[in-house]
Ligand binder design. Structure first.
Ligand SMILES: CCCO[C@@H]1O[C@H](CO)[C@@H](O[C@@H]2O[C@H](CO)[C@H](O)[C@H](OCc3cn(Cc4ccccc4)nn3)[C@H]2O)[C@H](O)[C@H]1NC(C)=O
Length: 136
């Protein structure tokens, strides 16, 4: 898809390190996505909260993209986002899984299907305005 947000490349985020994204969900948000992996067509995690999109309402879709092919979706109905609200999203990973720390102490896990050893590529797309990104 056309990149219409922030694109970070040439990162080298290691297992056990984290990426903390702070920003604001747009007031008329329909959907946003955080994508991370090796490149645009090689994503260990496409993290896609849908407020109202693709026939889904208030659900987080997670998936992987390998060689441009989507894997099996993981659908999380526990939806901690509100349009217009600030949100902090933390990402870390190890050989087994990626962990997404969400508002309200909620945590979401997704298998590391690619066997990703470093996050080199990170994008934010859609109805989320990034205010800060911290690498720890
Ligand atoms: C019921 C039979 C069809 O299943 C549907 O198949 C669709 C096409 O694969 C699924 O939608 C896709 O799900 C993928 C994750 O599994 C991605 O979310 C696909 O979107 C990629 C994408 C990113 N962007 C950039 C972007 C992202 C967010 C906001 C604004 C722009 N534009 N398109 C999105 O088109 C959609 O989630 C899936 N629905 C179900 C219920 O399985």
């Amino acid at each position: 898809a056309m990149e219409c947000g922030m694109v970070l490349t040439h990162l080298k985020v290691q297992p056990g390190e984290s990426i903390a994204v702070k920003g604001t969900v747009l007031p008329d948000a329909k959907s946003f996505a955080l994508n991370m992996g090796r490149a645009g067509s090689d994503l260990a995690l496409h993290f896609n909260p849908r407020f109202e999109s693709h026939g889904d309402t208030r659900i987080i879709i997670c998936n992987s993209l390998q060689g441009g092919e989507w894997g099996e979706e993981q659908r999380e109905p526990d939806f901690p986002f509100q349009p217009g609200q600030d949100a902090k999203i933390g990402i870390s990973f190890d050989a087994q899984e990626l962990t997404v720390a969400l508002p309200g102490e909620q945590q979401l896990k997704f298998p590391n299907r690619l066997g990703l050893e470093a996050i080199e590529f990170f994008t934010v797309e859609g109805d989320f305005r990034v205010k800060s990104i911290k690498f720890k």
